[in-house]
Write a protein of this length. Structure first.
Length: 319
């Protein structure tokens, strides 16, 4: 997932962060939190991913369809019986806009659906080799585009796949071919390296699609939920199931853990475009976290204490 620009950040707060609106005053700068939910026209309130496209429109992945938000209203895309050009599965785990402007929907069981924004029709890509194991291997946790226009796909229990721009599977990777785990939750690619986060065996990388390097040692993650590539710092921010947030230095291969966040379930991370030392974190149980990576201090926004009636939800899936 790319880091947010100032233009993108303005969408982040209204949709993903909150259930109510409030201001928080402390040693931190004030924050205003608003909401957009099913009462506002959103198809469903469990939001798994949010992206902003090259036209400035917001796209929202939920358990019940794809939503496009113009700033005023929602347009909902859902599966329609007997309509082959509709969304293949309403449960969407991740979104990607490719270089051509297509919106890719990684679904929970029916592979990929690619939306042509001009015609508002979908084209479907489902690995035929996995049709008998539809849920396992055609549940796509992660999709990322390579520099040559191909796509890496991380699957739920089906390992890693490399797919062409035309939707053909070029190669499948499993443990027997060197991949460290079959449950691939997150894949990101920079100019030279593809980084793979697994839920069953931590972090690995490949530069040629043939050999995989497994990163272990002090502070290494085990159950990875999401990788966020920070090209400015030449690092990865690793969101984990029960180890909080971990920083991985691409150059040294070392890990940094943060005691303030130890044991937390972190689902997502986004760096503030205006303050490079601030990370916004989505957590499962602690709400939204504003984290200062210089001081290691955190501020929590959740339905606890004085914020019980006005705070955002405790369970945040995505930023």
């Amino acid at each position: 997932m790319k880091l947010l620009s100032p233009r993108q950040l303005k969408w982040l707060f209204p949709l993903v962060f909150s259930t109510y609106s409030f201001w928080s005053f402390s040693q931190w700068s004030p924050v205003r939190i608003q909401t957009l939910n099913n009462r506002s026209g959103l198809s469903q309130n469990s939001v798994y991913d949010v992206i902003q496209d090259n036209q400035g429109l917001l796209w929202v992945a939920t358990e019940n369809g794809l939503n496009r938000y113009t700033g005023k209203e929602f347009r909902i895309f859902q599966h329609e019986v007997n309509n082959a050009t509709s969304l293949s599965n309403n449960f969407i785990l991740q979104l990607l806009e490719d270089r051509q402007g297509f919106i890719w929907c990684a679904t929970n069981g029916n592979g990929l659906s690619r939306l042509d924004k001009r015609t508002e029709t979908f084209t479907h890509f489902c690995d035929s080799a996995d049709r008998e194991k539809m849920y396992v291997n055609n549940a796509i946790w992660s999709i990322t585009e390579t520099t040559d226009g191909n796509f890496w796909l991380g699957t739920f229990g089906g390992g890693l796949k490399l797919m062409s721009a035309k939707g053909q599977i070029i190669k499948r990777y499993h443990k027997q071919s060197g991949l460290i785990g079959e449950d691939v939750r997150s894949v990101v690619a920079d100019k030279t390296t593809t980084w793979i986060g697994t839920f069953d065996n931590g972090l690995c990388s490949t530069t040629d699609g043939k050999k995989f390097v497994h990163y272990t040692g002090a502070g290494a993650p085990e159950k990875i939920l999401r990788l966020v590539d920070d090209q400015r710092e030449n690092c990865l921010w690793i969101c984990t199931y029960d180890q909080g947030l971990i920083r991985f230095d691409k150059k040294t291969g070392g890990f940094t853990n943060y005691p303030e966040l130890a044991g937390l379930h972190i689902r997502d991370a986004q760096k503030s475009p205006r303050k490079q030392e601030i990370l916004w974190l989505a957590s499962w149980g602690k709400g939204i976290i504003r984290f200062d990576i210089r001081t290691g201090k955190a501020q929590y926004f959740a339905k606890t204490g004085a914020n019980r009636e006005t705070g955002p939800d405790d369970l945040i899936l995505s930023l």
